[in-house]
Structures are given as structure tokens and as C-alpha cells.
Design a binder for this molecule. Sequence first.
Ligand SMILES: Cc1ncc(COP(=O)(O)O)c(C=O)c1O
Length: 393
Amino acid sequence: MSRMGRPLLNRRLEGFGTTIFAEMSALAVRTGAINLGQGFPDTDGPAEVREAAVRALREGHGNQYPPGPGIPELRRAVAAHQRRFYELEYDPDREVLVTAGATEAIAASLLALVEPGDEVIALEPYYDSYAACIAMAGGTRVPVTLRPNGDGYVLDLDELRAAVTGRTRLILLNTPHNPTGTVLTRAELAAIAELAVERDLLVVTDEVYEHLVFDGEHHPLAGFPGMRGRTVSISSAGKTFSFTGWKVGWVTAAPELITAVRTAKQFLTYVSAGPFQYAVAEALSLDDSYFRSLRADLRGKRDLLAAGLEEAGFRVYRPAGTYFITTDIRPLGEDDGIAFCLGLPERCGVVAVPTAVFYDDKDAGRSIVRFAFCKQDDVLREAASRLKGLRAG
Ligand SMILES: Cc1ncc(COP(=O)(O)O)c(C=O)c1O
């Protein structure tokens, strides 16, 4: 529909439509299929964390607007987490900002730091909100493609260097990377840091899967030489504590960067999730065994689903982190991931996500399909057994 010859939707958002996750989850509900599309666990996080939220609600903590930057307890807990796991020091009062999930942190960072005409480099396939937020900020997306190689994907550092121009404002990084499961190595991150310093770039780094690394180790970019003052690090409670509905995220960065991001953030939500902020502050101080068993549990699920997908005939790329497995469907005689995913619920009662929608280079992701494994083992087994029917049919 148009009024006065102009589309209703702001042209910056033209073509974004409904997110693929909402579309695929709706398809799962409509068909009753097993939903391995959207990345949310089918069991809740620790009972004591849930009870901490109940307690906060009952005791009236956070039922009214919490402070704009987030409650001090949570800001202190975020700073302590960065120190405990990465030996990074942040001042909870000036260098930590609580957001409505990582999603708002990404939006606020890009709206704060990007101007029309700026170029933003993002690794593709990219998480879908990146493209929309770069567009809303008026920036230009410059993708650098992670390419399948052996069991995983690789970043071509020369391609990344070549993508930087005089208009590049920032690199939007994501490690561990959704959807490929790539965990950038220390050497790769060191090269990215060198490039950012040399070309005087900012980096926004989305680390929501920081605790879901099965092979290798997560290294925050902010810890590399020259990066502490130019890196905006983003994380969230959703994936680490299995409460994706609470939408508690955070940003850590130097004071000037936090001030910039907070300026945008205050006009998006102002504040959110009052009582949940108290609960997440407690969650962040769970002892190391919690984080170890989360990782071990999800590693087991990765192996379970990867074996099932292989048996069903998919070419499986083994993720080093996150809770997603990408597969190539060509060994099944298929090559269009979008058509394949649209037909999958009818064919065998499973929902997956086509990764083509996360690429500018549609051909690069055409035959790649993503499955989430943050589900109960029985659900994963049942999904694998249904998928085995594909070869027969
Ligand atoms: C890479 C990445 N960033 C951000 C988010 C969103 O995080 P939140 O739910 O905290 O907004 C997700 C969720 O799937 C994600 O995969």
C-alpha cells in the first residue's frame, strides 16, 4: 500500500519483512513439527536463577523503572564476570550498560556509532538483525564471507583487509558465530585487532555464545593490543542461562563508547526487565561448575545431532561453538535450502532454517541449512530419526 506515491514502510527497511525465525517457528506451530529452527532451549535455566526472579518480583525489586544504565548489582556482576573469565577490567559505573537483550545492544551500538554513508563490515552469513540495524542507521553493509572448508568455515583475512575502505566505520564481529558455529582463533582475532588499529576502526563484537565453545577457546577481542578503547563488547543472559525470554543483555566498553551507546539506548527502551536484572546478577556469579556443565551438556547434544544428520545423509559442518549445526543438502540431491526448509515440515515433521537469507551472496549459502541442537536429547533423536526418512522419500 502507498500513500501519496510513497511506500508506508521506511525505505531503509525495505525488503526486511518478517524475520526467518518467526516465520519458521510459526510453520512449526502450524504443522506440529519439531522446531530445530529458532535458537531457544526447550528447558529452562537453573531453578535458583528462576527463583531469584520470583523473589525480586515479590520483594518489589525492579517492579518500577530501574536505573537507565542497569541496576548496580548487575553492572557489578558483569564487570566481575569479565574479570573472572577474561581478566578484563571494567568500571561498573562508567563502562557497563544493561540492555534489552543483545538485540537492543546491537541496535543501540549501530544507531549510536554509524552515520549515513559509513560502511560496516560484517561476516556473512550474518545474524539477521545486523543487516536491519545497519540499514536503520543508514550505513552500508559490506559482507565478508565465511567459506566452508573441511569440517568448518574459514575467514579469509586478506578478503577482510581488502574490504576496508576510507568509508569503513566499524567491523561488526560475531564469535562464536551464528549460524556457522565458527569460533575465531587467537591468531585470527589478533589479525583483526591489528587491522582495526592500523585503519583506526571501531569494532562491535557480539559474544552471546561466549560460554558455548566446544573446541578451542573464546577470546574477547577487547583483550587484544590496542582494542580495549575501540571495542564495544556485547553479551546476554539468554544463551548462557537458558532464559531467552527475559531479554537481559549488556555492553562493556570504554566510557566514551558506553556514553554513545547509552544515548541511543535510552530512546529505544529506556530500561527493561527490572526484576530479571536482579536474577541475572545472581546467575553471573554461579560457580564455574555451572558453566562447565552447560558446555558439556551442549557438546553432547551437538555430537548427538551431528551423528543423526550425517546418518540422514547431510554434509555436516561441525560447529566449534554456539548451538547450531549447518549442513549442506546437496548430498540429498537438493540444492535450494529455502525450498527444502519450506517443504521439510510436511515431508518429515522437522523445522530448520535456510541460511541463504543471511547472505548477500545468495549462491554462497544456497544449499546450506541450519539446525539448532539446544533441545532435549529425546527430541534430537526423534528429529534425526524423522530426517532419515528423507532418503527413502
Ligand atoms: C548472534 C546473536 N546475537 C544476538 C542474539 C540475540 O540475543 P538476545 O536474545 O539477548 O537479544 C542472538 C539470538 O539468537 C544471536 O544468535
